[in-house]
Design a binder for this molecule. Structure first.
Ligand SMILES: *Cc1c(COP(=O)(O)O)cnc(C)c1O
Length: 354
């Protein structure tokens, strides 16, 4: 039976990307050698890294605009501290929209004063705060564009004079917007870009080198940039597979086309959540994420019945995060519309039969 993979992360990748990545582990481009047994200093791998960086900048419309793309390790969680290490001299502002923002705040506090400019913690992060004033003296303002756990997403990017830093782990490459509004953004690969093991960082080079502290080499964006992400051995498999996925994104028509497809999937699932008397959405309607739809049963005693229907239909990875409960349908780029239609069918069957 075909499975429908709604996992929040690590998560679905296009079948053909997975197939090509598997082939490369066996043999890279008729070289008689595996991708994972050649030098990262070989021309073959340098070409792969260059293509990955080039594609990341091209997809986000930032090529030749003073930005550098880096592939580093340590996950988005390391970026929580690396961003602060490199940019926080005196004071930074954070928009707290969930668990990941909260963790980013905790790390940043090790490096300077941190102002929580706004927070939606009062309602278990079910909305995106909109009325707030950004202090004028910030080194940067940090936000999480998509809140994977709670299912909220910024629909427009807050206006600010401070450099803007964003965690885009769960919606990178999922929609078209003006990425040049950001001075630094990062994304752990395993949600919408590739396998776990690498993190994409895109940084405007002119914001670097301004803090007075010493920065350890591995954590210094300037050093990582000057070495083209090869200060040490990069995670070759994760970078290669991410690069393949970026090729796939381009073949789909780029992030604009995928943004439309993602919008269609979101409309389908939220339409059913709102229509179906057995379900209720978790996130504030206007802040709903196109990537992660969070919802609950109105009658929790139907959980076994619904789980049974989902299992029979091949739906996988739908369980909600423990801090929200219920269900979470993660609908990253590679998830076909068919999978969402099948989930909607299960919801309708539940309503009809119970
Ligand atoms: C998953 C996730 C993280 C954590 O990523 P790691 O790569 O596991 O450190 C951070 N931020 C967001 C928005 C996430 O979805």
């Amino acid at each position: 039976m075909q499975l429908h993979n709604f996992s929040a992360g690590p998560s679905i990748l296009p079948k053909e990307v997975m197939h090509q990545a598997a082939e490369a582990v066996k043999e890279l481009d008729n070289s008689k050698l595996s991708l994972i047994e050649i030098s990262h200093r070989s021309k073959a791998f340098i070409d792969i890294m260059d293509e990955a960086c080039e594609r990341a900048l091209k997809l986000t419309g930032l090529k030749d605009k003073g930005y550098k793309a880096l592939f580093v390790q340590g996950g988005a969680s390391l970026q929580f501290l690396m961003a602060a290490y490199n940019l926080l001299e005196k004071k930074a502002g954070y928009l707290n929209t969930g668990t990941w923002s909260d963790k980013a705040i905790k790390e940043a506090k090790l490096f300077g004063e941190v102002i929580e400019v706004s927070s939606s913690k009062d309602k278990n992060y079910n909305y995106i705060p909109k009325d707030f004033t950004v202090p004028s003296d910030l080194d940067y303002l940090h936000l999480t564009t998509n809140n994977t756990i709670f299912g909220t997403q910024y629909k427009s990017i807050p206006e600010t004079n401070a450099p803007l830093v964003a965690d885009m782990s769960s919606d990178i490459f999922s929609r078209a917007f003006d990425y040049s509004k950001f001075d630094l953004f990062y994304a752990g690969a395993q949600k919408n870009m590739g396998p776990a093991g690498t993190t994409l960082v895109i940084v405007k080079e002119s914001i670097l080198g301004k803090v007075s502290r010493m920065i350890p080499s591995m954590l210094d964006y300037k050093i990582q940039a000057s070495k083209d992400s090869m200060f040490n051995t990069p995670p070759v498999f994760a970078v290669y597979t991410s690069m393949l996925n970026m090729r796939w994104i381009e073949a789909q028509g780029g992030i604009e086309a995928l943004g439309i497809k993602n919008g269609t999937k979101a409309t389908l699932i939220y339409g059913e959540i709102d229509r179906n008397s057995k379900f209720e959405g978790f996130a504030n309607k206007e802040d709903r994420s196109d990537m992660n739809a969070t919802f609950n049963l109105t009658d929790p005693s139907l959980a076994d019945a619904f789980d049974g229907l989902c299992q029979a239909a091949g739906i996988s990875g739908l369980k909600g995060h423990r801090s929200v409960g219920g269900y979470r349908a993660s609908m990253y780029n590679a998830l076909p519309i068919d999978s969402v239609e099948i989930l909607v069918d299960c919801m309708q069957t539940l309503e009809k039969n119970y």
